[in-house]
Design a protein around this ligand. Structure first.
Ligand SMILES: [Zn+2]
Length: 168
């Protein structure tokens, strides 16, 4: 009885676990790249937002990249879902500059509102995903090119807060 009670309390407190779905972008898509990283592997993580469209699904973002886009990233997060679009040893075009693309993994987050705030579940998934990767610095798209991405976290205080939550 007590064990059952403890189990229930524990399970209630447990945060939703990341659902990692691997669905790589097919060869020949407009956003395809076939290059390796400058040093053989990524050494930095770049965080993005997908824009002020909170109702998008990760699949819609992926499909947009395949049919219309020249850009893409390795992961798309929305709440507990993490859709992996590229293997982590493949370069994707997401950082807006060569230095960023050829050194970093791109993680896109679909925001919970038009302001660009990430949901608590998305932040948890981001943390869980980062925990599975080798330890490396985490930067914003903004840090590469001054693009307002991820917009809500271009504010330095909000970024520091987020960084503290997702870092190893
Ligand atoms: Zn970006």
């Amino acid at each position: 009885m007590i064990l059952e009670l403890l189990r229930r309390i524990f399970c209630k407190q447990e945060v939703t676990k990341m659902k990692l779905i691997k669905n790589y972008i097919p060869e020949g898509a407009r956003c395809s790249t076939h290059h390796g990283f400058d040093n053989g592997q990524a050494s930095i993580i770049t965080i993005h937002w997908t824009g002020p469209l909170p109702n998008q699904t990760p699949e819609q973002v992926r499909n947009y990249w395949i049919s219309n886009g020249e850009a893409s990233a390795h992961f798309i997060i929305k709440d507990e879902v993490c859709l992996q679009c590229w293997p982590t040893d493949t370069v994707a075009w997401h950082a807006g500059c060569r230095a960023g693309n050829y050194t970093s993994l791109g993680i896109e987050v679909i925001p919970k509102n038009e302001a660009g705030e990430f949901s608590d579940k998305s932040i948890t998934t981001l943390k869980e995903l980062i925990a599975t990767l080798p330890k490396m610095p985490i930067v914003r798209h903004y840090d590469w090119t001054s693009k307002d991405c991820p917009r809500y976290y271009c504010d330095v205080n909000k970024w520091q807060e987020l960084l503290a939550k997702i870092s190893k």
